[in-house]
Design a protein around this ligand. Structure first.
Ligand code: NOJ
Length: 717
């Protein structure tokens, strides 16, 4: 739905369709380690996570010290970016010794200890396997470059100096050959030579994959894998997994190579996992990977959700991404691409769509927390293995500009903004390191409102606790497990929301995601009751799904067991709104603390929270309320009675916790001077300190003053 179709006041698209066939499905669990069925990964960027020895750079003992925290989020596995010896031209993806931990991170013994401590907690540790290249400083390459033929001469791809093959690089040196080498990424990362699938007979430097040198290298990689598995690692994320074999248009030779490693692992290390950076699950998983990342290249799916990475003019946003409040996304294009991969892989492996990684901006970049929560709600309820990038769970920002450190800039893409130190507390260096600030690996986000773990721990409504709540739901409901079935219910071209089911034979969970800054209503015929599990501005009653702007809903649903095909009926704009003023309960205000946290206009036209709606939990505990509101609309020359100034205030709470009978809220309040709707005042009756809540679907943009309130209510009925 394009922005131009959005009416300024109270636009509500009503779409009806019939569910005439949601039969509970039971997916086949993929083969491989059982622990993957419930794995939730946390990606640790080691240099930026926690510095245990005060040198300004994160290290392995620092990660060990934080395992309990990682587990407390709901993650039970970690992937650590490369920790091997390296000159760090590409932050460790330029390895000089595959068998040795870089001193800045500690020792091999520290890694052994980290794995042992993780295992004690029932957690797993995956390392990064940089299989496609080394650093030019690696001794293999230094020997390969020599004039004198030796064991390593063909471990890299050398092209004749006379040919000038595109991309090839010279490597001058008194005793070096005059050939040029092919890099795999940056010029200082020469490609390892696993051979050519279809070598050109006129180019003798193109070796077949069966060449003894290619076989020797293949076995060396096996040796590296074995070395770390024997030390305690549980598997690997494989860097640029598709890059190993050249001239392989059908992926046959590269698939055969990974099949080879996978068959060996299945025999020797059946609990070990291989995760590919390939972004082509239909090929990668079939080739033998247990998990493939679906990310910002390869198959067009992740970029349809979150937008492309290469932004020609710095950082202009793509309004056509699904997770843009502009509402111009196309979820149909996403689902078509996703299903192409999902259907052929669901019984063989897992697709992973991470919250972010060290190569892309964090999801908070240009988005409000409320928008980020819709992203999390989807990514953490989809099938596959979830990956949370360190710091995303507290809503860390993408720092821009950030210094260009260790090959951080890729073309026009600055990557260091996602690599800044983890923010642990309000203490020195955000609790990351005791080093002098100028010695830190990268600067800490200087923002005075930067989030940190310690503060969010104390706030039940924080992003951290929201992430925990989502992951707890995933743990508690079999239908949300990694291999449980997935069925899109409503994913139509250029409109919202995206609705899908996760199912087992005994349970069905419906998820609806609306990142757009406008509301939608969808009729889900064929559904009986729904039990809300976690909501942000969504309601599902008697088959009607009501999605407020920037909202999501996760519901346990009870289908009538009808079978057949889903059919979308045409939009019906006349369908009436749900009943207002339905009594939900009465609460007594026990205490209220307030603090003005901001004044002025919010950058997002709808604010961080489209206020003016009411959401409530299954057991009647509320988490979003309207208390009072300031009116009227100053631009409205002719206000109706309802629009005339009234003493009122709008409140919003992201989540809630219950403390016995008392309900504790952390509430943002905005006094709103621009809204002219007529529904908000039906939300509540405030009589002394008794607050009575009623349902109502209205919403409004926010301008003016914002305050933070903590309200504690006791439920009376
Ligand atoms: C992909 C990694 O994620 C990226 O950080 C690195 O620069 C390249 N591969 C080269 O290894």
């Amino acid at each position: 739905m394009g922005k131009s179709t959005v009416e300024p006041r109270g636009f509500l698209a009503i779409l009806c369709f019939a569910i005439v066939g949601i039969a509970p499905l039971c997916a086949e669990v993929p083969p491989g380690p059982k622990w993957l069925q419930t794995a939730v990964f946390y990606q640790v960027y080691p240099q930026s996570y926690f510095d245990s020895d005060g040198d300004g750079i994160g290290d392995l003992p620092g990660i060990t010290a934080k395992l309990d925290y990682i587990q407390s989020i709901g993650c039970n596995a970690i992937w650590i970016n490369p920790i091997y010896e390296s000159p760090f031209g590409d932050a460790g993806y330029d390895v000089t010794d595959f068998y040795k931990v870089a001193p800045r991170y500690g020792t091999n013994e520290d890694l052994k200890n980290l794995c042992a401590e993780a295992h004690k907690r029932g957690m797993h540790v995956c390392l990064d396997l940089v299989a496609g290249h080394t650093s030019i400083a690696h001794s293999w390459f230094q020997q390969s470059a020599l004039n004198q033929p030796n064991h390593y001469s063909n471990w890299y791809i050398w092209t004749p100096a006379s040919e000038n093959v595109p991309g090839s690089q010279p490597f001058p040196g008194e005793n070096n050959r005059s050939d040029r080498y092919l890099p795999n990424f940056f010029p200082f990362q020469p490609a390892l030579n696993y051979g050519f699938a279809r070598p050109d007979s006129k180019e003798p430097w193109q070796l077949p994959t069966s060449d003894p040198s290619c076989i020797a290298l293949r076995e060396e990689l096996k040796h590296i894998i074995k070395f770390w598995l024997d030390l305690g690692a549980d598997g690997f994320r494989v860097d640029m997994a598709s890059s190993l074999v050249r001239n392989d248009p059908d992926h046959e030779a590269i698939s055969a190579l990974w099949h080879y490693y996978r068959s060996w692992l299945d025999q020797e290390y059946p609990e070990a996992v291989l995760i590919s950076e390939w972004s082509n699950p239909a090929v990668a998983i079939v080739a033998g990977f247990h998990v493939d990342f679906l990310i910002h290249f390869g198959q067009p799916a992740y970029t349809i959700l979150l937008g492309p990475l290469s932004r020609p003019n710095g950082f202009s946003r793509d309004p056509h991404a699904f997770f843009e409040s502009a509402g111009g996304g196309d979820i149909k294009a996403f689902i078509d691409s996703y299903l192409k991969n999902y259907t052929v892989t669901k019984s063989r492996g897992y697709i992973s769509m991470p919250t972010a990684n060290h190569d892309m901006p964090r999801p908070t970049w240009g988005r409000s927390e409320q928008e980020v929560r819709t992203i999390f709600a989807m990514l953490l309820t989809m099938p596959g293995v979830p990956f949370i990038y360190y710091g995303d769970e507290i809503g860390m920002d993408f720092l821009y500009p950030a210094p260009d450190k260790e090959g951080g800039t890729l073309g026009t893409m600055p990557r260091c903004g996602s690599r800044t130190p983890m923010q642990w507390s309000k203490g020195k260096n955000a609790g990351f390191s005791t080093a002098p600030t100028e010695k830190l690996y990268l600067p800490i986000d200087p923002s005075t409102s930067r989030p940190d773990v310690a503060t969010e721990e104390k706030d039940p409504a924080s992003m951290l606790n929201f992430t925990r709540a989502l992951l707890k739901l995933r743990r508690d409901h079999r239908a949300l497990a990694n291999a449980a079935d997935f069925q899109p219910v409503y994913a139509e071209k250029n409109t919202y929301p995206f609705v899908y089911l996760r199912t087992t034979d005994t349970e069905q969970i419906l998820v609806s995601i609306n990142p757009a800054a406008q509301s939608y209503s969808v009729m889900l015929n064929g559904l009986d009751d729904a039990t809300p599990l976690l909501l942000q501005g969504a309601a599902l009653q008697r088959g009607r799904l009501q999605m407020d702007p920037v909202s999501f809903g996760i519901f346990a649903v009870h289908a009538r067991g009808v079978s057949g095909k889903l059919a979308a009926l045409k939009a019906d704009p006349r369908t009436s709104l749900p009943d207002d003023n339905q009594l939900l309960g009465t609460w007594k205000l026990q205490s209220l603390v307030s603090e003005v946290i901001a004044t002025g206009r919010r950058s997002n036209p709808f604010g961080d929270h489209p206020d003016g709606y009411l959401s409530y939990s299954p057991d009647g505990r509320m988490y979003s309320i309207v208390v009072t509101e300031m009116r009227p609309n100053p631009h409205d020359a002719d206000p109706t009675d309802e629009e005339k100034p009234q003493e009122s205030m709008i409140a919003y709470a992201g989540t809630y916790t219950a403390n016995g009978e008392a309900v504790f809220y952390n509430v943002d309040i905005s006094s709103n001077r621009s809204w002219t709707g007529t529904r908000q005042l039906r939300f509540y009756q405030l009589d002394g300190d008794i607050l009575t809540l009623t349902t109502a679907p209205a919403r409004s943009p926010i301008t003016g003053q914002e305050s933070k309130f903590v309200l504690v209510y006791k439920k009376l009925q």
